[in-house]
Design a protein around this ligand. Sequence first.
Ligand code: IMP
Ligand code: MG
Length: 176
Amino acid sequence: MEDYRLVLRISAEELKKQVNDLAARINRDYEGKSLIVVGILKGACIFLSDLVRRLSMPVEIDFVRLASYGKSSETSGEIKLTKDVELPVEGRHVLVVEDIVDTGTTLVWFIDYLRQRQPESVKICALVDKLERREVEVPLDYVGIRVDKGFLVGYGLDFAEKHRNLPEIHEVEFLN
Ligand code: IMP
Ligand code: MG
């Protein structure tokens, strides 16, 4: 068992402000349209719940589960879809909601997969962008917070399935 402590990085108040700002932009961009919001489980569930309650257009919600291997803090390249989109997305505007974009591998894989269903448009909304860790290019349309490094937990984000329920975002500081 790794020994670590949590250091506060983004307060609940700051998260609320970011979610409000993102929702305001999305509301402007999709005015007069309807939207399918697809959350990537499990990490995006809390962010998505707060975000959709700020949206003013007609919204339908769906989820996918993309398992990338391992329970550690490192993402491996292998991706598996363990729960698919259920709503018909053909001809619809789709907004993919992700908790955090790290290497970008997961999202690139999923966006490719989604486009095969021929939606009218696909945009991506990510709460946290770890740009310096990017390995593949992924166009993020809406980004809440940019961070450079560190492993984050809380507000949906986990470390070995723990800490998703924290109302703030913390950084995991490993002790030795
Ligand atoms: P990517 O494919 O490398 O971009 O990995 C994205 C996924 O890895 C996210 O959806 C998270 O599930 C996980 N992940 C990446 N960085 C973190 C982090 O700092 N905390 C928690 N999960 C993370
Ligand atoms: Mg995730």
